[in-house]
Structure formats: C-alpha cells, structure tokens
Write a protein that binds this ligand. Sequence first.
Ligand code: ADP
Ligand code: ASP
Ligand code: MG
Length: 401
Amino acid sequence: MALIVKKFGGTSVKNAERLFNVADIITSDYKKGNDVVVVVSAQGDTTDDLIEKAMEINPKASKREMDVLLSSGEQISVSLLAMAIEKLGYPVVSLLGWQAGFITDSNHSNAKIKRVETDRLQNELDKKNIVIVAGFQGINRYDDISTLGRGGSDTSAVALAAALRADCCQIYTDVDGVYTADPRKVKSAKKLDEITYDEMLELATLGAQVLHNRSVEMAKKYNVDLEVLSSLTRARGTKVKEVVKMEKMLVKGVAKDINCARISLLRLPDTPGIAFKIFSKLAQKKINVDIILQSVGRDGDKDIAFTIPKSEAELAVETLKNAFDFLSDDRIICDEEVAKISVVGAGMETHPGVAAKMFEALFEQNINIQMISTSEIKISVLIDAADADRAMVAVHDKFIK
Ligand code: ADP
Ligand code: ASP
Ligand code: MG
C-alpha cells in the first residue's frame, strides 16, 4: 500500500466526460488499497475567463480581490470531481486550500507556501476517504485567500507530497511527459524518459510551462518522486529526479519565454555607482531583473540594457524616470516585442561549442541576437518576438536529431 498524490490540470477535468475519466484513474489506484490525495486545477480556461471578467469591472483590481475571484475556479472543479467519485460509489471529500492546511505568505497572486498543516488531511485519510484538494490556493496569516501564481497547482501537489511524505507525486496533464521542446510548437520534439530536477527547473523557469518552476524547486528540496504523464493515454510519463542515466544528449530541452521585456538606458554617465543606483531602485519595487548588458564606456557615456518580466515593464519605466532626471524620454527605451530562447542541459558544462552551435542555428535563419546570457547548464538569447517560433525549431533541430 502506498500514499499517492495525483494532480490533474485544467484540460484533464474540463468537462463531465474528462471528470469521469479522472475519477476512474483515481479510484483504480484506491481500489488497490492505496491512499490517494488529488490536487485539481480549475476546469479548462476557467482561470483566464475569470481574469477577463475582472478586467471588465476594474483592470486595476487589487491582488487580494483577484485571489478571492481566481480561487473560485478550483472550488468548482474539486466539488465536481468529488461528485463524480461519489457517483462511482467511493468515499471522498473535497477540501479547499485553507481546509487542507495550505499556509502561505501574503504576496497575493504569487504567494509562497510556508507550510502545509496536514492534520485534517491525515484525518480524512485515516477515515479511508479519497481526498480532493483545490490547487493553486492557500490562506495567509490574516485568514485571507491567496493564490500561488499561474500554473501553481503543480506546486500545491508537490508541497502536499512533501508534507505527507507520499511515495510519489504524479502530475497528469494534456501531453504524455516532458519533451525536448513544447510538442505543440516543435513537431520534432522528443519525449524524455527522465530529466534531472536541475534541468527541469531551468526549463520551467525559462518558459516550459509543463511544470510550475516552484514545484520543481520543492521536489528537489524534499526529494519528491515526481512524474509527468498524460491523463488520456495512461502510458509511462517522464520521471523528474536527482540523477538520471548518463546519455549523449548535450541539450535536454529548448524553451521559449515571451513574457519578457527589454529596457535600454542610453548615454548614462560612466561613473561608479550608476548600476548600483539603477538596480537598487528596481529591487525596491521587487522587479526581477534577468539578463543585464552594459556597453563599454566611451566619451564619459555608457548604455545599460536589461530584461524584466513584461508585466513589470510599465512600473520599471515609471520608477526609473521618476528617480533619475537624466532619463529623458529619448534615453529610456522599452521593447515588449522580445522573446527569450534557451537551451538547457547538464552535459553542456563540460562540452565547448554549444553556444557556437546555437548561434549558428540562428544565423542560418537570419535571426538577430539582441542579448546573450549563460550559466553552467543553459544558454539564453533574447530575440525579436516575431522570430521566436522559427528560432525554437531551428535551435531544437540543431541539437536534437
Ligand atoms: P495543465 O493544465 O495540465 O497544468 P499546462 O498547459 O500548464 O497543463 O502544461 C502543459 C502544456 O505545456 C502542454 O500542453 C505543452 O504545450 C506545454 N509545454 C511547454 N513546454 C513543454 C515541454 N518541454 N514538454 C511538454 N510540454 C510542454
Ligand atoms: N488554475 C490556475 C491557472 O490556470 C492554476 C493551475 O492551473 O495550475 O493558472
Ligand atoms: Mg500547468
């Protein structure tokens, strides 16, 4: 007998037929004598639809109220799934985030889980109930509802698996595993049998939405046995783990992130402390800066360019303009039509030439590189958003045959 945590994403529970399909997967594990805890996302496009509704009323709605609204999507899906399981004749209970003990910080719309108080959950498992938990949500110290950021149900599932010391955490989605690139965008993408936590964390952070990046971070920290698989095919999926079999692949995957913007600051005074002053202003506003590029100073001037999440571009420009008199309109340029393409693989650390090969793929497509950033296991380039899909395919096919 095992304790299994399963998570089903929006498409896996989008209508009655899919809900019964999921109910069948859950009860077939329960029938074998396992304890089963299930995390569910909102059905289909519910979360997007709720955001649209909010925008009609108030595009500047507070994050607190947005969380109250968005968490309702998961309230619908947990109750419907529990009803489907009741209909199949099994004992089941649905719990919202707060009932399942998810305590988070107060960073509404992107809250972090501080702990999961599992007493109620354990109690329900002791009663032999199948427990269905609303993903993506928790409660802060003031008893206010919080949400964990888009895609956050994956993190709810891994947090539960860690807190309950579950034997495994299975993330069911609409593809049958983690691929070398988004299989919907790159036809030649290949399914991976396994991938390391570190590689998966990079891919998720760099735009592969198949797993929420915090879920991977947490799985690594608590050594959670994690698998990504399809709710439709029931085939083996992709295992995410600490160490994987040695293979020849230098590059494990290619990811695309279109949620970025580039800000260029032109003709800044070339004096000590300028970078410090600029980036501490951004840090005060909790704006996350990614790639930074500084030109060589000439004639007492230098340029600095950097990337940030697109959603923070407006705030960044406003903050910098207000803080620095020398940043007149013609000296601060914000470009939101950019994309970041990254290759990830633990093998590249010890192999020269990976960057050159990536740049060659882009050159062959006549795609211009605006910025470059590297670490031991990834190389990212910033390019024009219009070139992103073409670049993904070209870079992918260069490395993965
Ligand atoms: P869910 O609703 O189940 O959480 P998501 O839409 O969040 O599903 O994530 C699954 C999607 O992630 C897939 O449909 C696929 O298009 C996309 N995706 C992006 N990169 C990858 C990748 N490397 N491997 C698999 N899927 C990926
Ligand atoms: N329903 C939330 C979203 O759409 C959380 C999730 O699906 O993981 O982002
Ligand atoms: Mg998701």
